[in-house]
Design a protein around this ligand. Structure first.
Ligand code: HEM
Length: 421
């Protein structure tokens, strides 16, 4: 998807609604969402050629009905995809399929991501967080994103997959290219962009191809082994196995980075809330749920209508792209009292931060645990945390929501950093 720019130039509007095309608007899109929920809850955007849907009930209905609202982009009448033999293995993943095939793919790793299985790895994740933070907190200043929120989930998923976390500069380059959003829509720029995407996808596929072969010969206790075994038993095709590895590497990184970054953005803006989390009067888990609602790392999804369907009196045709706005539904006053208030003890909190229905985020238990462990580790080492700097830069994507950098200053708590210090 294309990214917002400072100017809001015409080219940048290709995929982001024009109202959100400036830096300021994409940092805080919530007033616009409120207007849309009220006046245009289901609207067609001619420029992006899709329907936008803003109210909680409607988003719920779309995500709960995958037969009518499919995740398969191949069904869209307005999306140009490369020919099948040039498509990335990502197209062969659970995220972009429905029905029995989706369930078969998801079933391969589902047990691995269950809360109880993930909980068994907490001690290792705490060690990773400690390693990153012990260095980062030394001088009383750090960038939450670069020093911690980015490397932490990458190292975690690299370990779960069973790939060396030292390869992470490469993962970052591949992931960023794959989610990159062209701002220049001229023919030459589009061609160059497609080539870069194709190249990154091929390199990543080649990287995992080797790893899958190695695990087929020599199994270990990691996810690549699980995927290689499923492929050798014909439960996955070769392309599906490759796509699987790529999806797991990419899906959990940028999102979890932004959950941790957005949590710090919310908590430093609400010092009383931060204090209540620190002194234990409200659980970190409850605060993280409110961040997922209030500043959702994924603001929007995409579905394709498989048949003509009516939504709030509007006719949607088969093949139309429908965009359910999670970030807008999460601020719907019909479901959440005082939706514009950041309330860390909100209960119940039925937000859509991880989606809903059959595609509900597979990594939700992992992401929740990473956020809890990561934030706790930071609070143990840093007191009096304050945000530094005035200007925030939004992440350059029209569906992922967060900031590029988040500098903070604080008083290092050497006493609490580790039991031995
Ligand atoms: C804060 C962090 C995260 C957020 C906000 C998030 C959000 C989401 C959302 C909204 C969906 C639904 C997509 C749809 O319905 O089209 C989803 C699906 C998915 N997520 Fe996450 N995610 C996060 C972390 C992770 C992690 C850590 C992993 C795993 C390593 C992961 C793996 C997946 C997968 C595989 C799917 C596809 C599930 C399916 O199609 O059945 N996510 N995620």
């Amino acid at each position: 998807m294309s990214a917002p720019t400072d100017e809001g130039d015409a080219q940048s509007l290709e995929r982001v609604p024009s109202a959100l095309s400036t830096r300021e608007a994409w940092l805080d899109p919530f007033d616009w969402y409120a207007e849309m929920r009220e006046d245009h809850p289901v609207r067609y955007d001619d420029h992006r050629e899709c329907w936008d849907v803003f109210r909680y009930d409607d988003v719920d209905r779309i995500l709960d009905d995958p037969e009518t609202f499919s995740s398969d982009p191949r069904l869209a009448s307005t999306i140009d995809l490369p020919p099948e033999d040039e498509q990335s293995p990502i197209m062969e993943t659970m995220l972009l399929t429905d029905g029995d095939r989706h369930d078969r793919l998801r079933g391969v790793v589902e047990d691995w991501f269950r809360p109880r299985a993930i909980a068994g790895r907490a001690a290792r994740f705490e060690e990773i967080a400690a390693d990153l933070l012990d260095d980062a907190v030394e001088g009383g200043r750090m960038d939450v994103i670069d020093d911690f929120a980015y490397p932490f989930p990458v190292i975690v998923i690299a370990e779960l997959l069973g790939v060396p976390s030292e390869d992470r500069p490469q993962f970052r380059r591949w992931s960023e290219t794959l989610v990159e959003t062209p701002t220049d829509t001229s023919e030459a720029a589009t061609e160059a962009y497609q080539e870069r995407q194709q190249e990154a996808s091929e390199e990543l596929a080649e990287y995992f191809e080797e790893k899958l072969d190695a695990r087929a010969r020599e199994p270990r206790d990691d996810l690549i082994t699980v995927i290689a075994e499923a492929a050798s038993e014909d439960r996955l095709t070769h392309e599906e196995a490759l796509g699987f590895c790529m999806l797991l590497l990419v899906a959990g990184n940028i999102t979890t980075t932004n959950l941790i970054g957005n949590a710090m953005r919310c908590l430093t803006a609400h010092p009383t809330a931060l204090e209540r989390v620190r002194d234990g009067s409200v659980s970190i888990e409850s605060a993280v749920e409110e961040v997922l609602r209030y500043r959702s790392p994924v603001q929007a999804l995409a579905r394709i209508a498989t048949e003509p369907v009516e939504l709030r009196g509007t006719e949607i045709e088969a093949g139309d792209v429908v965009v359910p706005w999670l970030g807008a539904a999460n601020r719907d006053g019909d479901v959440f009292a005082d939706p514009g208030e950041f309330r860390i003890d909100r209960a119940p909190n039925p937000h859509f931060g991880f989606g809903r229905g059959t595609h509900y985020c597979l990594g939700a238990p992992l992401a929740r645990m990473e956020a809890r462990i990561g934030l706790n580790a930071l609070f143990e080492r840093a007191a009096d945390i304050e945000r530094r700097g005035e200007t925030l830069q939004p992440v350059r994507s029209a569906f992922i929501y967060g900031v590029e950098e988040f500098p903070i200053e604080f008083r290092p708590r050497r006493d609490a950093a580790s039991p031995s210090s």
